[in-house]
Write a protein that binds this ligand. Structure first.
Ligand code: NAP
Length: 299
């Protein structure tokens, strides 16, 4: 089976390549080989390579940058999924796509359910929502995994920024009123492979779970401040040197830390639909962090 993974150099795309190579021949063209912003080039690539399953991990993920470059964000986050969904629908193939907690309005304190009303607060969230809607409207068989606060040993992410700052500084202020679950890219790829493997082995190519939108994140919740404190606690526990002390990590509110794009305060995602569909229990975010830290600190 020929599997196209877009965004193969990204956090999720890289981990997908590690997992999906067991299920088929993974094709993951680099940006130099295929500029996904170029719709005609994407059509040509699909015509010539004829993937049988598309897993779309490419996106415009610079949340603040999207406010300045809405057309490019919309091309990557909305038009590209629409294009890949049209290709998949025309061939009766499945499309796996990734979306975001940022499609929700961030109000309240209860976890979002997949069927809740959306209401993005920024251009990134709006374009991600348009991508979800395009996939749904295409009629293609789809899995849309909405995830949150992605990090990994690769790429630029909050965990790696904290590791660097924690070695350099003895005082840090970290936002404490945005609540969600930090999600390792590895977990996203593992769940994707689990969802796909049975159907591919049975040659039906249909995933184990019904088409639809699923939240995908670890269990539990924290703030960015709580995430930072846990990173430093685990690093200290491993005997690694840090400049920052537990008392040095101060809290700051979102209002006190202005950025171009507004962020949702409530990014909690209800996980029951995915857990029931796959018959699994999503692990706690703290134990997941420990696995990624082990990878980063060993390198
Ligand atoms: N990061 C988060 O916190 C977060 C949170 C919730 C949901 N998500 C969603 O999860 C999915 C995966 O995110 P991620 O964190 O793995 O993203 P990422 O690390 O930023 O990777 C994005 C990928 O898209 C590629 N890409 C972007 N523009 C391209 C273009 N014009 N041509 C070719 N490739 C292009 C990048 O290639 P280059 O390496 O060449 O730039 C990279 O491989 C996305 O759908 C994202 O919206 C992410």
């Amino acid at each position: 089976m020929k599997i196209l993974v877009t965004g193969g150099s990204g956090q999720v795309g890289f981990e997908l390549q590690r997992q999906l190579c067991l299920l088929g021949t993974v094709m993951a063209p680099s940006r130099q080989e295929l500029d996904l912003a170029d719709a005609a080039a994407v059509d040509r690539w699909l015509d010539s390579h004829q993937p049988e399953l598309i897993v779309n991990a490419a996106a415009y993920t610079a949340v603040d940058g999207a406010e300045e470059e809405p057309a490019l964000a919309r091309r990557l986050n909305a038009e590209l999924p629409a294009q890949l969904a049209a290709y998949s629908a025309a061939r009766g193939q499945w499309l796996v796509h990734y979306s975001s907690d940022y499609v929700y309005p961030g109000s309240g304190e209860t976890p979002w359910q997949e069927q809740d009303d959306t209401g993005p607060l920024n251009v990134y969230g709006q374009t991600k929502l348009e991508g979800d809607e395009a996939v749904l409207a295409s009629g293609c068989a789809h899995l849309i995994f909405r995830t949150s606060w992605v990090y990994s040993a690769r790429g630029n992410n909050f965990m790696k920024t904290m590791l660097r700052l924690g070695r350099e500084r003895d005082v840090l202020k970290v936002v404490s009123d945005q609540i969600g679950a930090p999600t390792p890219a590895r977990l996203i790829a593992q769940v994707t492979a689990l969802a796909l493997s049975d159907g591919i082995a049975r040659q039906s190519r249909a995933p184990t779970l019904p088409a639809g939108i699923y939240h995908l994140a670890p269990a539990g919740e924290t703030s960015w401040h709580g995430f930072a404190c846990e990173i430093f606690r685990q690093v200290r526990e491993r005997g690694e040197p840090l400049a920052i002390s537990p008392e040095g990590v101060a809290t700051i509110s979102s209002a006190e830390y202005p950025v171009p794009a507004a962020r949702p305060l409530n990014s909690r995602l209800a996980l029951t639909r995915l857990e029931q569909a796959l018959g699994l229990r999503l692990p706690d975010w703290q134990e997941q962090l420990s696995l990624t830290l082990a990878e980063v600190l060993a390198s």
